[in-house]
Ligand binder design. Structure first.
Ligand code: ZN
Ligand code: ZN
Length: 707
């Protein structure tokens, strides 16, 4: 039934294929209280009026709101179909039915008849007397050119706010709009696949759709479709997940409920959790480690000073973009608009660091390639990996480096097939290169786990271990996970064994990775399992380090029983790239270490930046310290409890929060101000080490809106 309407792209150029005038929509209202239902009905009426879609009839059954719309004219089926989607977005998706061969024609003024569908669901219907016939459309005017959507459709589809969905995908702030479009888009693709359409057929339809709706420029639309078509269609054809489950993974639980497939758990060893003891502050003068954290370099080898910085594509300031004068021209050292990092900025930063800091080691938390995601091949990604590795070798020849894999290293972006995917789709092309590149710094015994899943564990010195995780196995944009989300590459199970071993050996562990596990991009079930692991091994894990958001922020983990007790902290380092609106930055940690029974606790971190605006104005780059955490936030130490205290201070005192916010974007003049709603969002992210779980934020909301 559901599929009968998903013939959306089915020869929409051919005018003879008409659809009946009357449709029935069902949306599940079991969870929608009556007043909201009434508001929905009012909204639907308001939206339908200008479209001449009258009259309506609404029937509310125990479970369903059934809306019937009568169209005043014979419409092309795709138009009618999309009108329905747009109008009923207020009902937040849900399947609906169109009847091409309804049993009995009924006048629109009559009460609709009803019948039970194959799943014993009560369905009301009305139909057009001409339904099912092939009738030539009487519309006059020029025939739309081939592969172009009709103008009315283009106008109509703008209601979908697809550009907003693109923005939401970029910023990971998925709303009900993205949820709706997810269900709608995936439903159509699955229908087309089931109907036997070829990969190229579907790709060409999606391409037309993208170009005509101006979702992106023509070359980006073509590039995106070409780059992603195989992976997405291949996975959709093979996955056993339902539409709701798929969107629950991609968008989050707001788009669908968890199901057994999304509810796996890892097994812990039978060893009981040791009692938690407070970490003592090191004695004054005790030795410390100085550790550089670099993240999200996004080196763009095609960056071009003077090129158009407002090119209208996901990445600008590049060779091939128009050369501009004045305010639209890309800056010498980078740009606040959608532009990545020029080579000269990376080299200037590395030179400054190499000259001014004595480093014990470097944490390098991924995202090497630029954001031209529509245009990336495996060869491109390997080239960027090699070039960036060379830069590290050139400027830091004698410093150990511990890398983690970013989501942009895949081709296409976010594509990291688990080990069960073999053949040409296998990710071996990348992991084999990592063994080579990372092999410059890592011992040989890390090879098997890097080959399997791009994660590893290294004993840095007696009593101290670094574990690098591949967070792409919790990435909600990694389509391959739709084939099986259960602990891909057995990474978390492996992590438990590593941590248990470290606990036996009385080692302290630092975990590094790319995507912070508490953010929306990390699949809920993976994140929930990870949270449990952190809680179990809170005394062994001294700290965690991530990147990906490009922001300077942090995530606090809390005890699962006493939810007010902070147990661990994840530092999220600032990005090198200014993408978007940021000043390029790097961070240096001071860590207790290098003596027997060191805590390997982070004692402080200093953050350095370049002011892009003045660097571009003056033509010269200068790097300077923006702040050190302990001083700026007046912290006694940097234990999880101190960060929890800081959050409480930020809630109560907006001056402290605004200081945090300034550091968050590195005092960029291009960044918007942060109001109360934004403050709530940012602080909520900070106290949520578990993704898609706002439970820690309820109390915060109360405090925030009381003050
Ligand atoms: Zn990044
Ligand atoms: Zn990333």
């Amino acid at each position: 039934m559901l599929c009968s309407l998903f013939s959306i792209f089915d020869n929409y150029q051919q005018k003879e294929n008409l659809w009946p005038r009357t449709l029935v929509y069902r949306c599940d209202t079991t969870t929608v209280p009556t007043p909201i239902r009434h508001i929905n009905i009012r909204r639907i009426r308001d939206k339908a009026k200008p479209l001449n879609l009258i009259p309506f009839s609404f029937i509310t059954t125990t479970n369903y709101l059934i809306c019937t719309i009568h169209t005043p004219m014979k419409m092309h089926r795709i138009w009618l179909l999309l009108i329905f989607h747009c109008i009923f977005r207020t009902c937040d998706g849900g399947p609906f039915w169109m009847f091409k061969n309804a049993p009995t024609p009924i006048e629109s003024t009559n009460v609709p008849s009803s019948f039970y569908d194959n799943s014993d669901r009560l369905i009301y219907f009305e139909s057009d007397t001409n339904q099912g016939n092939s009738i030539k459309e009487s519309r006059t005017g020029p025939t739309p050119r081939e592969r172009t959507l009709p103008l009315f459709l283009v106008r109509f589809l703008s209601i979908f706010e697809l550009n907003r969905v693109v923005r939401e995908l970029e910023t990971s702030s998925m709303s009900s709009v993205s949820c709706f479009v997810c269900k709608w888009g995936i439903g159509i693709l699955r229908y087309l696949l089931a109907a036997g359409a070829t990969e190229n057929d579907i790709a060409s339809k999606v391409e037309t759709f993208c170009i005509d709706l101006h979702i992106e420029s023509e070359r980006v639309c073509k590039g995106v479709v070409e780059t992603f078509k195989h992976e997405i269609l291949h996975v959709l054809a093979k996955t056993n997940f339902t539409l709701i489950e798929i969107c629950a993974v991609i968008v989050g639980e707001s788009c669908g409920e968890s199901t057994p497939d999304l509810n796996w758990t890892v097994s812990f060893t039978p060893v009981p959790k040791p009692p938690v003891v407070n970490v003592p502050l090191p004695k004054p003068g005790a030795p410390v480690l100085r550790v550089l954290h670099l993240s999200d370099t996004h080196f763009d080898m095609y960056y071009k000073e003077g090129a158009d910085a407002e090119c209208g594509e996901p990445l600008c300031c590049r060779m091939g973009d128009k050369i501009m004068n004045g305010s639209r021209a890309a800056g010498k050292w980078g740009d606040y608009r959608k532009c990545d990092t020029p080579l000269r900025t990376i080299e200037s930063m590395f030179e400054h660091i190499a000259k001014n800091f004595k480093l014990d080691y470097i944490l390098w938390t991924g995202d090497l390639p630029p954001h031209d995601i529509w245009n990336q091949s495996r060869t491109d990604q390997i080239y960027v990996l090699k070039q960036t590795t060379k830069l590290f070798m050139k400027y830091f020849p004698n410093v150990p480096i511990f890398p983690a894999l970013g989501n942009h290293e895949g081709a296409p972006v976010n594509s990291f097939p688990p080990p069960f995917v073999k053949g040409n789709d296998s990710i071996a092309w990348l992991y084999d290169e990592l063994i080579d590149a990372w092999g410059n710094w890592l011992p040989n015994y890390t090879t098997p786990t890097i080959r399997k899943g791009a994660f590893y564990s290294v004993l840095v010195s007696p009593g101290f271990r670094i574990i690098s995780l591949n967070l792409n196995y919790c990435n909600n944009r990694n389509w391959w996970l739709l084939l099986n989300t259960t602990d891909p590459a057995e990474e978390l199970q492996w992590l438990i064994y590593e941590l248990q071993y470290a606990e036996f050996k009385k080692e302290k562990v630092h975990i590094i990775g790319h995507i912070p596990p508490g953010m929306e991009d990390c699949i809920k079930i993976w994140s929930a399992n990870y949270y449990k692991i952190i809680n179990r091994f809170e005394s062994t894990i001294a700290s965690q380090f991530f990147g990906h958001t490009h922001m300077d922020e942090f995530e606090i983990f809390y005890d699962e029983v006493d939810v007010t007790r902070p147990t661990n902290l994840a530092y999220v380092g600032p990005s090198v790239t200014p993408y978007v609106g940021l000043n390029p930055a790097f961070r240096i940690y001071t860590i207790d270490g290098l003596y027997t029974n060191s805590s390997y606790a982070v004692l402080d971190h200093e953050n350095y930046m370049m002011d892009l605006e003045s660097a571009n104005k003056n033509g010269t780059a200068s790097w300077f310290k923006l702040y050190s955490a302990k001083d700026s936030y007046r912290m006694n130490s940097m234990q999880p409890t101190d960060w929890d205290k800081l959050v409480k201070q930020m809630v109560a005192d907006d001056t402290i929060f605004q200081r945090y916010y300034k550091y968050y974007h590195r005092a960029s003049s291009a960044f918007p101000t942060c109001d109360q709603k934004c403050k709530h969002q940012l602080l909520c992210a900070v106290i949520s080490g578990k993704s898609h779980d706002p439970s820690q934020c309820y109390h915060l909301r109360k405090l925030l809106y009381k003050t």
